[in-house]
Ligand binder design. Structure first.
Ligand code: PMP
Ligand code: GLU
Length: 397
């Protein structure tokens, strides 16, 4: 069988693979605690489900405009303005099939073959894959837990070449949960302008920040930076709508028009029913979002303490998203029975096999030594998961 080199050399999404494995084991009746996937455990709020049912009953079951229905694009504009003060017209917004699709469309629209895209590591698994799909070249900036996994202005300057076209910033970050402050973003913004780069600001976790952190959305920094920003947003995380597949992009109208052209050829519109559900999600009462955020905040506190109570684990707390990214490297080089732990992938496999707990190894995010633990699951599951991890790692010697 001949497969294209591009597909042959591509990795399966590491996060999807591990969560798929957890789902498979669960289907076999094995009691697996899944701390791997970045997916809220809450049902989609009832008001949103009702809007989807109503959309079907009202006959909204045909094609829509390829870039999304006008009422939803208008509502996205208002939703962004209410959150960060930044104004986008309807022709500066496109609705796609999940934020993952928004990111692909954006990259395909701005990247020429061989152009470089800077990606801070640890990175969400999909960024390098998407850059490669569009024939761009990912360029990584390694960060450490000492800098809270954030890039410094000097690191960014050093990574820029005459081939650099864009920087992808995930803020709040998947996988580390780190959030950039206003002054940190301003320093990055200066370099973006000086070097005439685009910034793809993935803010899908923008509504999930804790400790009263003063979250700043990148395009709100200045009108000049707004011009250079491709803002990625969506409903998957904050409205617990991962399966509905709706993502948003807000950017300069020429970029949005390019993305619209691409989308019209590749997928046509995102599901009409999901669009009406998303319209209700972002324009109806927002109490459910805040209720879910508070539950995440409590789980984060619990997880942070519980992880640090495990001998050999070092966790920093993080201000956003629903992940912690603790250091497990003290277990590397150890073993139990036939299990030898050389790195984070071995550890993830050991934890699934021995403890029946799914986590994502740091290596898939370009950061060996760490494990991503998602707290998008119940407190009971978290407590049980941590107990099992503690027991399993204590056997390593
Ligand atoms: N960006 C980040 C940082 C994510 O974690 C995710 C979650 N998969 C996405 C984008 C894509 O979200 P969606 O489910 O809307 O495609
Ligand atoms: N973004 C989520 C995660 O990182 C969902 C899986 C995926 O799309 O990669 O777990």
């Amino acid at each position: 069988m001949h497969l294209s080199t591009k597909v042959n050399t591509m990795e399966f999404s590491g996060t999807m693979q591990i969560s798929g494995k957890a789902k498979e084991l669960k289907a076999q009746g094995i009691n697996v605690i899944d701390l791997s996937v970045g997916e809220p455990d809450f049902p989609t709020p009832q008001r949103i489900k009702n809007a989807a049912i109503k959309a079907m009953e009202d006959g909204h079951t045909g094609y829509t405009m390829a870039s999304g229905i006008i009422p939803l694009r208008k509502a996205v504009g208002k939703w962004i303005k209410d959150f960060s003060g930044v104004e986008y017209n309807t022709n500066e917004i496109i609705v796609s099939n999940g934020a993952k699709h928004s990111l692909y469309n954006a990259l395909q629209t701005i990247i020429e073959v061989g152009e470089e895209v800077i990606i801070p590591a640890p990175y969400w698994v999909t960024y390098p894959a998407l850059v490669e799909i569009v024939d761009g070249v990912p360029v990584y900036i390694d960060t450490t837990s000492e800098s809270n996994f954030k890039i410094t202005p000097n690191q960014l300057k050093d990574a820029i070449t005459d081939k650099t076209r864009a920087l992808i910033l995930c803020n709040p970050s998947n996988p580390t949960g780190s959030v950039y402050s206003k002054s940190e973003l301003e320093e990055i913004g200066k370099i973006v302008i000086e070097n005439d780069l685009y910034i793809i600001s993935d803010e899908i976790y923008s509504r999930l920040v804790y400790d009263d952190f003063d979250y700043v959305s990148f395009p709100s920094l200045s009108p000049e930076l707004k011009k250079k920003t491709i803002l990625i947003e969506g409903v998957s995380k904050s409205y617990s709508m991962t399966g509905w597949r709706i993502g948003f992009t807000a950017a300069d109208k020429e970029i949005i028009s390019g993305m619209g052209k691409l989308q019209s050829q590749m997928t046509s519109n995102p599901a009409s029913i999901s669009q009406y559900a998303a319209l209700e999600a972002i324009s109806g009462p927002q109490d459910d979002v805040e209720d879910m955020r508070k539950i995440f905040a409590d789980r984060r506190e619990f997880l942070f303490k519980a992880l640090n109570e495990i001998d050999g684990v070092k966790a920093e707390n993080a201000k956003g998203a629903f992940y912690l990214f603790p250091d497990f490297s003290s277990f590397f080089g150890k073993s139990y029975k036939e299990n030898k732990i050389e790195g984070s992938m071995d550890l993830a496999m050991y934890l699934i096999a021995e403890a029946k707990v799914a986590t994502v190894p740091g290596s898939v995010f370009g950061a060996e030594g760490f494990m991503r633990i998602a707290y998008a699951t119940s407190m009971e599951n978290l407590a049980e998961g941590i107990n099992r991890i503690r027991e399993a790692v204590s056997k390593l010697g």
